[in-house]
Design a protein around this ligand. Structure first.
Ligand SMILES: [Zn+2]
Length: 454
C-alpha cells in the first residue's frame, strides 16, 4: 500500500495524522525476524549477480532487453525531463496548501488540505453523479459504441452462453461485415471469493494459424445492486470500464499467427498503452451524451460537470507525479547495482538516490519505500515501475494524434487497429508506434496533460 494513507484526507487532528503517516513510512524498517530491508538488500544483490552471470552489467540492463524502452539511458532521459516539472509543481501546490492552512505543513498535513482545496475549488459532488452512470447503458452506449465507431465491430449479448459463475455475461463480437471475431466475457460484480481490483483476462488468444478466435474477459469489483435495482457506477468505475475494455480490444483485435505473440503478449512497458488510450473516449462529447443519462429521467448529464471532473483531476498532479517518480527512481536504483555491490545502509541509500535524482523526500515521500515496495520485490515490476509513465507518454501522444485527425472515426480506428492493436508482439511495438504516428512520441504531451507545463 502507498506511503500516503487515504485516512490523512479526513483526520482532523494533526497529531493523529502524524502518527498515521509515520506508521506508514516506517513500515518494515525495524530490525527483526524476516526484516524487510535485509531481504530487499539480499534480493537486489542476487538479481545483480544473476544478471552478471548472464553477461549484463545490472538487473535493469538485463530486464530492459525484453522491453520497448531501448535501454536504461532512454528511461533515465525521460525521467530526467519530467522530474524538474513535477517537483516544481509539487512546490507550487505546497505553497497553495500552506496558504490554505495558514501555517507551514508537514507531509502528513498535505493530503488533508489538498482534499479541502479540491472540494472548495471544483465543487464536484461525485456521489450525486452515479445516477447518470448505469452499467448497461455505459457499456452499450459508451464502451461498446466507441469501439463500433472506431473499428466497426458489433456486440450482441448471448444469454445462452454461460460463464463460470451465474453473474458472468457473454457477448459475441463481430466484424463490420458480420464475420465472427471472438467473445467478450463481462464479470463486473464483487463477490467474496473474487480478487480485488480490476483486470483483463485472456481465456484464449487469437491465432490465425489454428483459426482460433479470442475469448477475453473484463473483471471489475462493482458492488452488486439490490435485486431489481440498476447497477450505478462511480466516475472511477466508468473510467475503469473504458480502461479494461482497452485491454480487451487489444486481445480481440489481434491478427497474430501465433497465440504466444498475439494481443496483450507485449512487453510490460507497452501493455498499458492501448488501455490508457481507450480511456479518452470516456470524455468524448458524443459518447458522453449517449451513455451519461439519468437512470430515472433519461436526461443528459450537464457536460460542464464532466469537464469539472477532468479539471479537478489536475489538482495535486505535481504531488502524484512526484511520489510516483520517487518510487520509480528507487526501483531503478536497486536494480542498477553492479554485480558484487552490497548496500550497507538501505535507508541512507534510498535518501541518497532520491536526492541524486533531483527529488526531495521531505517535500514528497516516494509512493513506496524499499521496505514495502511489493511491485518490485514481490511482483514482476523489478526495473519496470517506470512502465506506467513510459506507456502514458505514448498514450498522451496518441490522444493528440486522434484529436488532430478528427477524433472518433472509422478511418482513425482502422489505422490504430492495423498498425498497433492487431500486431501484438509480432513486430517491435515501438516500430508499430512509429508506423502509426509517423514519428516518435513527444513527452511534452504528457506534461501538458498532467498540467505540469507552465
Ligand atoms: Zn491496465
Amino acid at each position: 500500500m502507498f506511503t500516503s494513507q487515504p485516512w490523512l484526507e479526513t483526520l482532523e487532528n494533526p497529531e493523529s495524522r502524524r502518527r498515521v503517516h509515520e506508521a506508514a513510512w516506517l513500515r518494515g524498517t525495524t530490525p527483526g525476524e524476516n526484516f524487510a530491508l535485509d531481504l530487499a538488500v539480499e534480493q537486489a544483490g542476487l538479481r545483480a549477480e544473476k544478471a552478471g552471470l548472464l553477461g549484463f552489467s545490472s538487473w535493469a540492463d538485463y530486464a530492459l532487453q525484453d522491453r520497448t524502452a531501448p535501454g536504461l539511458d532512454a528511461v533515465r532521459d525521460l525521467l530526467t525531463r519530467i522530474i524538474p516539472a513535477a517537483t516544481a509543481n509539487a512546490r507550487r501546490e505546497k505553497a497553495e496548501i500552506e496558504a490554505e492552512a495558514g501555517h507551514p505543513v508537514e507531509a502528513w498535513d498535505w493530503p488533508f488540505y489538498a482534499a479541502r482545496i479540491e472540494r472548495e475549488r471544483y465543487r464536484v459532488d461525485t456521489s450525486a453523479l452515479r445516477s447518470y452512470f448505469e452499467l448497461d447503458r455505459v457499456l452499450a452506449e459508451g464502451v461498446f459504441a466507441a469501439a463500433t465507431a472506431l473499428y466497426g465491430i458489433t456486440f450482441r449479448e448471448r444469454p445462452d452462453l454461460h460463464g463460470y459463475q451465474p453473474d458472468v455475461r457473454v457477448w459475441e463480437v463481430r466484424e463490420a461485415d458480420g464475420t465472427e471475431l471472438g467473445l467478450f466475457v463481462g464479470d463486473f460484480f464483487t463477490r467474496p471469493t473474487k480478487s480485488g481490483g480490476a483486470w483483463m483476462n485472456s481465456f484464449r488468444e487469437a491465432s490465425t494459424f489454428f483459426g482460433e478466435h479470442p475469448v477475453v474477459s473484463n473483471n471489475l469489483n462493482i458492488p452488486r445492486p439490490a435485486a431489481g435495482e440498476p447497477a450505478l457506477l462511480t466516475v472511477d468505475q466508468v473510467n475503469t470500464l473504458f480502461h479494461e475494455f482497452g485491454h480487451a480490444l487489444h486481445g480481440l483485435l489481434s491478427s497474430g499467427r501465433y497465440a504466444t505473440l498475439s494481443g496483450t503478449a507485449v512487453p510490460r512497458d507497452f501493455v498499458e498503452f492501448p488501455s490508457q488510450v481507450n480511456e479518452m473516449w470516456m470524455y468524448w462529447p458524443e459518447i458522453v451524451s449517449a451513455y451519461a443519462r439519468h437512470v430515472g429521467t433519461g436526461e443528459e448529464i450537464d457536460p460542464g460537470v464532466l469537464a469539472a471532473i477532468e479539471a479537478s483531476s489536475l489538482w495535486s498532479e505535481g504531488f502524484r507525479t512526484t511520489e510516483y517518480l520517487g518510487a520509480t527512481m528507487l526501483d531503478l536504483a536497486w536494480h542498477s547495482l553492479a554485480p558484487g555491490t552490497t548496500v550497507e545502509d538501505p535507508l541512507a541509500f534510498e535518501a541518497d538516490q532520491l536526492r541524486a535524482a533531483g527529488l526531495d523526500p521531505d517535500l514528497v515521500a516516494p509512493r513506496y519505500r524499499s521496505s514495502y515496495f511489493k511491485h518490485i520485490f514481490g511482483g514482476g515490476y523489478a526495473a519496470g515501475y517506470y512502465s506506467y509513465l513510459w506507456s502514458e507518454v505514448l498514450d498522451a501522444d496518441t490522444v493528440e494524434w486522434f484529436r488532430a485527425h478528427g477524433g472518433l472515426s472509422r478511418e482513425n480506428g482502422e489505422r490504430f487497429r492495423s498498425e498497433l492493436l492487431a500486431r501484438g508482439n509480432t513486430r517491435d511495438p515501438m516500430e508499430s508506434y512509429r508506423r502509426f504516428r509517423g514519428g516518435d512520441a513527444d513527452p511534452e504531451h504528457l506534461l501538458r496533460r498532467r498540467g505540469l507545463l507552465r
